[in-house]
Ligand binder design. Structure first.
Ligand code: SF4
Length: 414
């Protein structure tokens, strides 16, 4: 039992048709009708909703050509539109001077519907961290974060509106899953950040996005097809895509083993991050409810297979929660579990000081416990770092800004 008393081990799991087994079949809704999961409840199938309008970034290059021809234009125009969007980050037809003026508006309406409407921006770290809350076409709220470092610019994107994984320490998980995001809705977060950098709107002057992490709202591998297609748009060379290095794109999962297997065989070759947060099933069943489906051993084995097939070292994410998962013996157990899956430097452990959700009784580990945890892993030969905690003062943990707006819709700016 964890502090707060509400959580327990082996919580019941909702099955895809919405029924639940176990003794917790109660379903809750907040005032706006969003289903709020009970502790331990998983939502593995996204609710059916109206699809976002089709956007150029939803389409692979050959599909773009076909779409442009269907609209009555020569196929080569597709590459021109791709250049405007992926190279110049422009979806504004007034800048498309290589198109006859009479066609621009119609093309923009057909292939560049507005997907993301900014609700608010919040900055910290002297303007080098900027979190944006977006409203999607159907009113769903998501957020992305731009983080500028001396040597790189990282954008953290959302892949779902809400999340069905229900991790109890996470604001997004508490609010439930609204829907999957489309490929273009994911990509457009990166293009919007690129545009802001082009215009010099971020402290430090004009710059370029260099890294992407799928660590915003949602579980990317629960929305596999859109995530994989979005990754393709990010790494495809310009003008077909944004031309980012596949190594600089990180897909983070809470441990959906079938999704990890798909990613392993996809050929995308991105960096995989696995949010483990506990080395033992007893605790992980509670901290990460999907563990009741895919226990630690299976998740670590799938991650190791990813390393074997792709040669990419896997990042193990571990939120440090005071007196919950930060004991020295758990560091030893973590080292044992990782060594058991495969010897050698196939993983890197990233310790993340917990950024507590508002009202949470959980908090970040004491410094001395964190240091002891690091020492134990290092002694066991496990590469480990403590992650920089950008954005703490702007509700930097995933989903906290959107959660605040879900709870207090009157405060929305637009
Ligand atoms: S921590 Fe990640 S996987 Fe867990 S509920 Fe939050 S967004 Fe979902």
């Amino acid at each position: 039992m964890l502090p707060g008393g509400e959580l327990r081990l082996n919580a019941p799991v909702a099955i895809p048709d919405g029924t639940a087994f176990g003794d917790r079949a109660l379903r809750r809704c907040c005032e706006n009708g969003q289903h709020m999961p009970v502790p331990g409840e998983l939502t593995l199938v996204a609710p059916r909703r109206a699809k976002p309008p089709r956007h150029l970034a939803d389409l692979a290059p050959a599909e773009r050509r076909a779409a442009v021809e269907e609209l009555g234009h020569k196929g080569f125009r597709a590459a021109q539109l791709s250049t405007h969007y992926f190279t110049h980050h422009s979806d504004d037809p007034t800048t498309w001077t290589d198109f006859p003026a009479k066609h621009r508006e119609a093309l923009a309406a057909a292939l560049f519907p507005r997907l993301l409407t900014p609700v608010r921006d919040i900055e910290c770290d002297a303007g080098t961290t900027r979190k944006t809350l977006w409203r999607l076409f159907d009113g769903a709220l998501v957020e992305s974060v731009l983080m500028r470092y001396p040597d790189r610019v990282t954008v953290c994107v959302s892949s779902q509106a809400g999340c069905g994984m229900n991790c109890p320490f996470c604001a997004t998980g508490q609010a439930g899953l609204t829907r999957n995001m489309s490929t273009a809705e994911i990509v457009d977060q990166v293009v919007a950040a690129s545009r802001a950098l082009d215009r010099g709107e971020v402290a430090g002057g004009p710059g370029r996005v260099s890294n992407i992490v799928f660590m915003g709202m949602g579980e990317p591998l629960a929305n596999y097809n859109a995530t994989a297609a979005a990754v393709a748009r990010l790494i495809d060379p310009t003008p077909d895509g944004l031309g980012l290095s596949r190594r600089s794109v990180t897909v983070s999962t809470v441990g959906l083993v079938p999704g990890i297997a798909k990613l392993t065989n996809s050929g995308l070759g991105v960096t995989l991050a696995v949010s483990l947060h506990a080395p033992d099933d007893e605790l992980r069943d509670t901290l990460v409810p999907i563990n009741t489906r895919y226990p630690v051993g299976e998740v670590v084995a799938a991650a190791h297979e990813y390393f074997v097939k792709t040669g990419r070292r896997v990042s193990i994410e571990y939120a440090m929660i005071r007196d919950i998962n930060d004991q020295a013996w758990r560091a030893d157990e973590l080292a044992r579990v990782l060594a058991f899956a495969g010897p050698g430097a196939w993983v890197h452990v990233n310790l993340i000081p917990l950024n507590p959700t508002p009202g949470s009784q959980w908090t970040a580990s004491r410094s001395r416990d964190e240091k002891a945890f690091v020492r134990r892993l290092e002694t066991a030969g496990v590469p480990v770092t403590v992650r920089d905690t950008r954005g703490r003062e702007i509700d930097g943990a995933c989903g906290q800004l959107a959660a605040a707006d879900l709870l207090d819709p009157e405060e929305q700016l637009s």
